[in-house]
Structure formats: structure tokens, C-alpha cells
Design a protein around this ligand. Structure first.
Ligand code: HEM
Length: 93
């Protein structure tokens, strides 16, 4: 986003609430299953390797975080015209 080397590989840590329902995982959707994402987290964030049983237990725990999905009303925005300023998400600073 910023184009600066110092900001590479920094990600917002997503909430794990309802994570069972929010696949695919990670900022780029690289992991399709919770088991796969836990394997990646073990290695990259904790520097260890869980056994298949430990992995399954963590996945079982993550599934206990499933509950009602929040519902909300979308705001009504004014219509945009050709002259409406557009966002520039990848602008260099
Ligand atoms: C056993 C321990 C851990 C488990 C089970 C776990 C689980 C997960 C899962 C399931 C996701 C994907 C969430 C999603 O995409 O909605 C995730 C993402 C992430 N976790 Fe962990 N995590 C663990 C440890 C850690 C630790 C220790 C850190 C940091 C010190 C960490 C930092 C992150 C970050 C930065 C992301 C987002 C990465 C991205 O979007 O590419 N996690 N974690």
C-alpha cells in the first residue's frame, strides 16, 4: 500500500470470531481450510510444528467461535457524478 520496504509483510491481524464462516483465509485467500491456516500459523508465527491431533484440536477450538453473523444496514450514499473524486488506493507517498 505505501510502497515502502519497511511496511512489507505487515498485516492487520483479523478477528477469529466466526472464522469457520470466513474462508478463504489470510489477506490473499491463500488457505482454503482452517487446518491449512493453522499449519501456516504454526510455522510462520510460532516457529513450530503441531501434530495432526494438536492441529485438529486447535481447529475444533476455532469452530467454537462460530456464532450469529452481525447484520447491519448499508448506508445510502449520494449518487456519484463524473466529477466525484475517486479513491487512489495505491498512491505512492
Ligand atoms: C496457534 C496459534 C494461532 C492460530 C490458531 C492462528 C490462527 C489464524 C487464522 C485462522 C488466521 C486467518 C484468519 C482469517 O483469514 O480470517 C490467522 C491470521 C493471522 N494471524 Fe494467526 N494464529 C495463531 C498465531 C498467531 C501469532 C502468534 C501471530 C502473531 C504474532 C499471528 C498473526 C496473524 C496475522 C498477522 C494474520 C493475518 C495474516 C494475513 O492476512 O496474511 N497469528 N491466524
Amino acid at each position: 500500500m505505501t510502497g515502502k520496504d519497511i511496511d512489507r509483510f505487515n498485516f492487520k491481524v483479523p478477528t477469529l470470531r466466526n472464522v469457520e464462516l470466513t474462508y478463504p483465509y489470510f489477506h490473499d485467500g491463500a488457505a482454503n481450510t482452517l487446518a491449512e491456516s493453522v499449519t501456516i500459523m504454526d510455522r510462520l508465527q510460532l516457529g513450530r510444528k503441531f501434530s495432526p491431533d494438536e492441529n485438529a484440536r486447535i481447529v475444533a477450538f476455532l469452530k467454537t467461535l462460530t456464532g450469529d453473523q452481525p447484520s447491519f444496514t448499508l448506508p445510502i450514499l449520494p449518487p456519484s457524478a463524473d466529477s466525484t473524486p475517486r479513491p487512489t488506493p495505491f498512491a505512492k507517498n
